[in-house]
Ligand binder design. Structure first.
Ligand code: GNR
Ligand code: NI
Length: 167
């Protein structure tokens, strides 16, 4: 069991672009396990490698009530997106901030699992929201970037102030 440190917005490392995983191996599986431990401990419904300062295309998601449906997506790609949906989002890298974001309602995702096997998944509802939120992290994008500049400025100063008070 390993709990990794989660980068906090506005850390510039959250804007790095993750590289493709060339070969899915034991190192990749160890990262997936540690990311899952970190996500469950937080607790969160998803986590992207970018958030733990590993800039490779790996995400984990578990939107189940029982917290026993772990999904790992390596090199995920959105093949198709349709519809629109608004959801109040939060992020482990932006603690305490919840804002509504508009995203596609349904997505078709292709990825590799932790054994390097390709799969394609049709997702909708909250799962679709989470997958899009996590893939954004791999591209260096944090959900607050969908908000107005005014809101982003307010969120940044709030989190910086909170960091000063903690240390
Ligand atoms: O735990 C999380 N909850 C959440 C709620 C609404 C939309 C997206 C998310 S993902 C977030 C965990 C996280 O920060 N993943 O990157
Ligand atoms: Ni997030």
């Amino acid at each position: 069991m390993a709990i990794l440190k989660i980068l906090q917005y506005p850390d510039p490392r959250l804007h790095k672009i993750a590289k493709k995983v060339e070969q899915v191996n034991e190192t990749t599986r160890k990262l997936v396990r540690n990311m899952a431990d970190t996500m469950y401990a937080a607790p969160g419904v998803g986590l992207a490698a970018t958030q733990v300062d590993v800039h490779e295309q790996v995400i984990v998601v578990d939107v189940s009530e029982e917290r026993n449906q772990l999904m790992a997506f390596i090199n995920p790609e959105i093949l198709a997106a349709s519809g629109e949906e608004e959801c109040e989002e939060g992020c482990l890298s932006v603690p305490g901030i919840y804002e509504t974001v508009r995203r596609a309602e349904k997505v078709t995702v292709r990825a590799l699992d932790e054994h390097g096997r390709e799969f394609t998944l049709d997702a909708d509802g909250f799962l679709a929201v989470c997958i899009q939120h996590e893939i954004d992290h791999l591209r260096g994008k944090v959900f607050v970037e969908y908000l107005s500049q005014l809101k982003q400025t307010r969120i940044r100063s709030k989190l910086k102030k909170r960091l000063r008070e903690t240390f």
